[in-house]
Design a protein around this ligand. Structure first.
Ligand code: ADP
Length: 469
């Protein structure tokens, strides 16, 4: 609609301005030409001392009438002495009102002024001019010329007609094109809206077919890209929910079974009852661990980044390993530490301790009696690396990329027996990334596995003192 309005304004301007401008130009040139023609005639008549009809007719007959429609010569009273449209004999017979030229132009000329007028009426340009005939400073008469130009008028008319037909064609083409374009555009917008609604209702597989390379096609591409991400996120969420409920269901079912057995079997040995209740306790403990891990992951997903402090990785690792020493002793595993000083990063002590705890605990859990765990902390360029290696069961090559996935376990039975939840490494990966770091898992030579976490090293600015809270 707005384009149509713009076009309408342009067409109206196109139809009026050129016609008016050319009309104006013609008016000026006609007035100038007539004025000079009247002046030429007046100067010829000035040669005569006094104007009489005969003398004027003689002079005028010698002059070319230069294509003028009518030439009048009057005396100072306005009495017509010569009229190019009449014979001299007609003049005297004419009634008095026809013998005087009482035109406004003649009156002005008799007062000593040169005048010229032009107008466009009845498909013709009518131009008049008059000027005084002066002899020794006295106005002895006036000359009046009239020109009716139908040729130029017809030209102007045909110009107008041409412009009108061109405008009509442009108007029709514009109307058709606008209707067509808006139909095509609205159809594509409607398709996009429909797609948004379908995806909004949960059908994440729906995609648009981008046509062409214009903005609408780009929009469709972006929409598909967005829907791809939405679909992936939705799949991850569904898998997580189903895995989480499955993980929670298993210990709950065990608790239920054990409790039912105790209830239904009235003559159960007190020893067996004690065993069953112990099992119920450990299953409940498992449930607590899973919910704690789930909560930790949710917090990592949803909480904004908190305040960070300068933390010494070696110090935190030292404390965490000390915390796990009884577990290592119980499993018959030796932990060896190689901690370099001055390994500062920006983190929180809790997060770093959690990362270190999970990695070292796994290295102990998935180890053999008499096995070893090596913990290294050192600087490597602008990074601080935390490496946890072990001589344990190792991880098969094909499982390596998946160990950081939620609920992924290489050996389910072993993990369960060791009290694992399958969430420890996910928590490690999410926490490390939260602090701008990375973590990898690879096989260790000759046996076991090696986990490496890297963090951007903190370098104190000049005049600043790194402090732990
Ligand atoms: P879990 O609670 O089961 O230990 P994690 O997310 O910590 O869960 O680890 C995922 C899986 O990766 C474990 O179930 C285990 O199979 C494997 N894994 C992790 N650390 C080690 C390791 N040091 N040596 C061998 N396998 C490991």
């Amino acid at each position: 609609m707005s384009y149509l309005v713009i076009f309408a304004v342009v067409l109206v301007l196109l139809n009026t301005y050129p016609v008016l401008a050319s009309q104006d130009l013609l008016f000026t040139s006609k007035r100038d030409a007539l004025k000079s023609q009247a002046a030429v005639m007046a100067s010829a008549l000035m040669e005569l001392e006094s104007l009489s009809a005969d003398q004027v007719a003689r002079v005028m007959n010698m002059l070319d009438n230069m294509g003028l429609t009518r030439i009048l010569v009057t005396d100072p009273a306005g009495l017509i002495l010569y009229d190019s449209t009449r014979q001299p004999t007609e003049e005297t017979d004419a009634p008095p009102e026809y013998r005087y030229a009482l035109y406004q132009e003649v009156m002005s000329a008799l007062r000593g002024n040169d005048v010229a007028y032009s107008r466009y009426t009845d498909r013709a340009f009518t131009s008049t001019a008059a000027c005084p005939i002066v002899y020794r400073g006295m106005v002895i008469g006036a000359i009046y010329v009239l020109e009716v130009d139908e040729v130029q008028g017809a030209l102007l008319l045909s110009l107008q007609a041409n412009l009108r037909s061109i405008s009509l064609v442009i108007a029709v083409v514009t109307l058709v094109m606008s209707a067509l374009f808006s139909k095509v555009l609205t159809a594509r917008i409607a398709a996009l809206l429909r797609a948004i609604r379908i995806v909004g209702e949960g059908e994440y597989g729906h995609r648009l077919q981008p046509v062409g390379r214009d903005e609408m096609a780009q929009l469709a591409g972006e929409f598909n890209h967005l829907t791809d991400r939405l679909q992936t996120t939705e799949e991850v969420r569904r898998r997580f929910v189903s895995d989480a409920s499955h993980e929670l269901k298993t210990p709950l079912a065990a608790i239920r079974l054990l409790a039912d057995s105790i209830l239904q079997n009235g003559e159960m040995e007190p020893e067996v009852v004690r065993d069953f209740v112990t099992d119920i306790g450990s299953e409940a403990e498992r449930l607590t661990r899973i919910t704690e891990h789930l909560l930790a992951l949710t917090r990592l997903d949803s909480l904004p980044e908190g305040e960070r402090w300068v933390v010494d990785v070696s110090q935190v690792t030292e404390r965490t390993v000390a915390l796990l020493q009884p577990v290592a002793d119980a499993a018959g595993v030796t932990v060896e530490k190689y901690l370099k000083p001055d390994c500062m990063i920006l983190c929180t002590e809790d997060d770093l301790s959690q990362i270190c705890f999970n990695l070292v605990e796994n290295a102990i859990k998935y180890n053999y009696t008499g096995g070893k765990v090596f913990v290294f902390v050192y600087r490597d360029g602008d990074q601080v690396l935390l490496e946890v290696g072990d001589t344990g069961v190792g991880i098969p090559e094909e499982d390596l990329p998946k160990v950081f996935n939620r609920f992924y376990r290489v050996d389910k039975a072993r993990s369960r027996a060791a009290g694992g939840t399958g969430l420890g490494l996910s928590i490690v990966r999410d926490t490390v990334r939260r602090h701008g770091g990375w973590v990898t898992a690879r096989p260790r030579n000759p046996e076991g596995s090696l986990f490496t976490a890297g963090f951007p090293r903190y370098v104190p600015q000049r005049g600043e003192k790194g402090e732990t809270p």
